[in-house]
Design a protein around this ligand. Sequence first.
Ligand code: CP
Ligand code: NVA
Length: 317
Amino acid sequence: MPINLHNRHLLTLKHHSPQEIDYLLNIATDLKNKKKSGIRGNILSGKNVALIFEKPSTRTRCAFTVAVVDEGGHPEYLGKNDIQLGHKEDVKDTARVLGRMFDGIQFRGFGHQVVEDLAKYAGVPVWNGLTDDYHPTQVLADFLTVRENFGRLKEIKFVYVGDGRNNVANSLMIGAAKMGMHFVIGAPKSLFPDSLFVKECNEIADEHKSGAKIEITDNPIEAVKNADVIYTDVWASMGEEAIMSERKKMLNSYQVNMHLIDASKNQNVIFLHCLPAVKGYEVTEEVFESEFAKQFDQAENRMHTIKAVIVTSIGNL
Ligand code: CP
Ligand code: NVA
């Protein structure tokens, strides 16, 4: 059956099939090549896109903005102090108003239920640009970067070290389960992902017969053995800044440094980070500036993959 993502939300990645994820990555590659060859598109001509941000953002905001403009649409940034949402107006009403005016809505914020409610009531596609629980557009960029480096996702050993229960780790686990990867989390026991969530991801892998393998360990050296990808994220996510000193103690031995890169015993290993990075904490300057580091390719790919999400759901294709 041909793949059609028209009018689809992107809230967690749970509702996208492996074929649909592959399709989005293929479209992203086409759009990347198109942009690199200097072609300006018009797939979003006449389309207005609302960008709601309750939390700060560099990459996601810029990726959505440039993606929409590149294809002839209009992005409208709505910061947390610019609109009534969360002050005077509830999510349901804001959703119904924005849905009357915009063709698609991006939401970045705290509670995941907000993006679910926006999707329920807006009547137009809603894309999750990060909530406390999930960061699905990030994973598309991460997987495109892996594909560009290794030519495939299946059976890639993808190791995430650090806070094993944050939004990025959660979304990576869902994506890896769908795409048949060998996904490992190296984290202290107190930051292991929720066991029910791991069970859910194993069920996703079974449902799609993807062949994915998910492992959780508190031994970072064991975790990275034979890794193709070593990934980390900040030790305290947005909203958790007050517990950074506690996290520093918990996560000190999970820092991605040259010793950990060497422990992969793979000279072709790549380092990824969703960024922003707190260098000296979750990653050393040495790794960040090394030949293994691909985080800026990954950051660029946010734009191409987000563009793929938008054009496939609201574009004039
Ligand atoms: N990776 C990411 O989402 O970056 P921003 O917080 O800058 O959007
Ligand atoms: N886990 C991080 C990701 C930032 C892109 C956070 O939520 O702050």
